[in-house]
Design a binder for this molecule. Structure first.
Ligand code: PEP
Ligand code: MN
Length: 356
């Protein structure tokens, strides 16, 4: 159920409705929009009797939401969610593209700083890097853990980039939320419901990667889990799904971008690195992601990909990331988006788009 408040409803009227909902044993989610506030009602003990709320002051209407996802839906909030970060102009979901770049994993301080310096110079406002790596093999590099988080906190200090990093379980989430700016939930954990609920109790934004074979509805329901716990700052991330195709690691499903945008107010970014698994496909698919209307990109970059401890094959060389950014800067205005200006000492972008 959804309570739509009248445009001029006062804060007192909104909170009286919330209190009423809670007194009936449900959870109230007050979501302010550009035009009016809507209050989502969640709980798993059946439906509220709408008559009780309809008569309250400031209430315009009470709507039954038939879709399985409620807080994620545009029914509750028509305008796009824009996630802001205190102390910076970086946003996710606004007109500026969110460019998130960095190595797959933080391997050591020198590696992390070498990559950070380059992606910052190219204009990335967010730095990515795994400190906890969910690897297919238990014998592969599993990440530096808290040491990796400390290195990323230093990178934020030095370059001002906001940090995006994965939590793989409740224990790592405790640390990730302490050090990072955005908590990443990986594809393999997209349906780890207890982890999603824990992320929903955090105050940090959550980036959810699409599960390897998740449908659109399952993807949105993962976000609903986080939001149902009261954390409304959620970013979705398309990172490719498993198909019969074997010319790429995964099949990047760019059609999910407009599909999500039609149903949900949440931002959606694209990861062309895991989406393709091949370095030579990352830039073309980044162009396509921006053209299709994605709210940002998450790209793996390594200064020595041949020596990378994970995902070297799909990591761009820093020069290739410069070129990717130059191309994205040309495509963005065509779809009404902007890209943050480059960091210090960046050479000017080429004036023509060369498709490589
Ligand atoms: C990653 O971002 O490094 C990662 C492991 O991604 P995914 O969960 O999409 O495989
Ligand atoms: Mn990776």
């Amino acid at each position: 159920m959804l309570v739509v408040m009248q445009a001029p409803a006062t804060e007192e009227q909104v909170s009286a409705v919330c209190q009423k909902i809670e007194s009936l044993g449900y959870r109230a989610h007050s979501i302010p929009g550009a035009e009016r506030t809507a209050i989502g009602i969640t709980g798993n003990k059946g439906e509220v009797e709408p008559g009780t709320l309809e008569e309250m002051a400031g209430v315009q209407e009470v709507i039954r939401v038939t879709k399985p996802y409620k807080l994620v839906s545009r029914d509750i909030k028509e305008d796009n969610t824009v996630i802001r970060f205190a102390g910076t102009d970086a946003t996710i979901g606004g007109p500026a593209l969110a460019i998130i770049a960095g190595p797959c994993a933080i391997e050591n301080r020198d590696q992390a700083f070498a990559v950070a310096e380059r992606v910052h110079r190219a204009g990335a406002q967010f730095f990515r890097g795994g400190a906890y790596k969910p690897r297919t093999s238990p014998y592969s590099f599993q990440g530096l853990g808290e040491e990796g988080l400390r290195i990323m906190a230093e990178i934020r200090q030095q370059f001002g980039m906001r940090i995006v990093t994965e939590a793989i379980d409740n224990e790592s989430l405790e640390l990730v939320e302490e050090y990072a700016d955005v908590i990443q939930i990986g594809a393999r954990n997209m349906q780890n419901f207890s982890l999603l609920k824990r992320a929903g109790r955090s105050r940090k934004p959550v980036l959810i990667k699409r599960g390897m074979s998740a449908t659109l509805e399952e993807f949105l329901m993962a976000a609903e889990y986080v939001m149902s716990e009261g954390n409304y700052n959620v970013v979705l991330c398309e990172r490719g799904v498993r198909t019969f195709a074997d010319h790429t690691r995964n099949t990047l499903d760019l059609s999910v971008v407009p599909a999500v945008q039609r149903l949900s107010h949440l931002p959606i970014v694209v990861d062309p690195s895991h989406g393709t698994g091949k370095r030579n496909k990352v830039t073309p698919l980044s162009r396509a992601a921006v053209a299709v209307g994605a709210d940002g990109l998450i790209v793996e970059v390594h200064h020595q990909p041949d020596k990378a401890l994970s995902d070297g094959m799909q990591s761009l060389y820093p020069d290739q990331f410069d070129e990717l950014m130059a191309q994205v800067r040309q495509i963005a205005p065509v779809v009404g988006r902007t890209v943050a200006s480059t960091g210090p000492q960046m050479s000017p972008a080429p004036s023509t788009l060369s498709l490589t």
